[in-house]
Ligand binder design. Structure first.
Ligand SMILES: [Zn+2]
Length: 365
């Protein structure tokens, strides 16, 4: 497993570098071809190709489908390997994207291989979908993910588990981004202050109002992360802008935040507001994952493993499939830590465990 992981990690695949991503997609596709399953590369104009692998048994398609979902893109630009090479030390495998989430793809490969070796009775068709742009919002893959999810009875997301304990992510916050632009009126701050409409004063009032929407206990967070406006101190600014990160744990709260956002009214006389954006991925509510997690826990127990769950503050493509009402279990991938950081690692001995658990879920779902 580690040998294949090394190959995958050493083929760098940043979401934003198409040529590199395509090379990695081809390498992963070739590896999956060894299973005898049907392997298709779905080419993209601006992004790397998405990869779909279909394992179908006779008549299985009639009885439904299971979707195993993940991404092969990483947040690291090409050349990162030079400062962050693949290496194994103290039972941990390090390297860009090893944990998030190339090890997950390796685990799924071995789960499929295991089912084939054991001639396990599969009642459903299994589709493995490895996409190229999850780390930048899944613009090119979203339709494909949603189409496959709609055909599926359950979705297993091979995103990394949380922390070295390997917690499954049975709930995930929905994530969004909003932009507020204020249009005021420029004027000389000394000679004609009364003729101006100060766009910065307006945006400051709006930010103070929006801040009050935070509600940590129920999982709502609203963070103004960027502001800009103004040109000179002696000019009343005619424009200001703020960009806001939005998160919510419940679909109802997501809708409430979006509604509030789009009904904001200007407070400074003469100022005009423009509001763009909203949630990009809806929350993955626990009700969409609870039964799958229960099954996974009981199968894990039979294998002598103990698994646990958590709520994640960040979104994944699991949010997209759960939003369609399809049971979704996320965080089924690698166990380790340090995603998106130079120290990211996978705990080697957990890879066969998670692969075996996935195989068990694919037979029992
Ligand atoms: Zn990921």
């Amino acid at each position: 497993m580690l040998t294949i992981l090394e190959k995958f990690v050493c083929s760098e695949s940043p979401s934003t570098e198409k040529a590199a991503a395509d090379r990695c997609a081809a390498l992963i596709a070739n590896t999956w071809k060894g299973t005898g399953a049907k392997v298709e590369l779905v080419d993209q104009k601006h992004r790397g190709a998405h990869l779909r692998v279909t394992e179908a048994r006779k008549n299985a398609a009639k009885c439904g489908q299971l979707l195993v979902l993940g991404h092969y893109d990483t947040v690291y630009g090409t050349g990162t390997l030079r400062k962050m090479p693949f290496r194994i030390s103290g039972g941990k495998a390090y390297g860009p994207g090893a944990f998030d989430m190339k090890a997950g793809i390796v685990q799924a490969l071995f789960a499929l291989h295991t089912l084939q070796l054991l001639h396990a009775p599969l009642s459903k068709q299994i589709v493995f979908l490895w996409t190229s742009d999850e780390e930048i919002g899944s613009e090119s893959s979203r339709k494909l993910i949603e189409a496959e999810a709609k055909r599926s009875d359950a979705v297993f997301v091979l995103e990394p588990a949380l922390g070295p304990k390997g917690l499954f992510k049975t709930a995930r916050k929905g994530v969004g981004e909003a932009e507020i632009v204020v249009h005021g009126r420029a004027s000389h701050a000394g000679l004609a202050p009364a003729d101006g409409v100060n766009a910065i004063h307006e945006i400051a009032l709006q930010i103070a109002r929006i801040k009050e929407w935070n509600h940590p206990r129920i999982g709502i967070s609203v963070n103004t992360g960027m502001i800009e406006g103004g040109t000179r101190t002696n000019v009343i600014p005619d424009r200001a802008r703020a960009v806001i990160d939005l998160r919510a744990l419940r679909i109802a709260d997501m809708r409430m935040i979006e509604k509030r956002l789009h009904s904001l009214k200007a407070m400074v006389p003469g100022a005009k507001l423009e509001v763009h954006g909203g949630f990009n991925r809806a929350p993955l509510e626990r009700r969409h994952s609870a039964r799958l997690f229960q099954r996974a826990r009981s199968l894990a127990k039979q294998m002598g493993l103990k698994i646990d769950e958590c709520t994640a503050g960040g979104g994944s493509d699991g949010n997209l499939t759960a939003a369609l009402g399809i049971p979704t279990l996320d965080g089924f991938g690698a166990v380790g830590d340090g995603a998106h950081s130079p120290g990211e690692y996978v705990i080697g001995k957990t890879m066969p465990e998670r692969a075996a658990l996935l195989a068990a879920m694919l037979v029992n779902s």
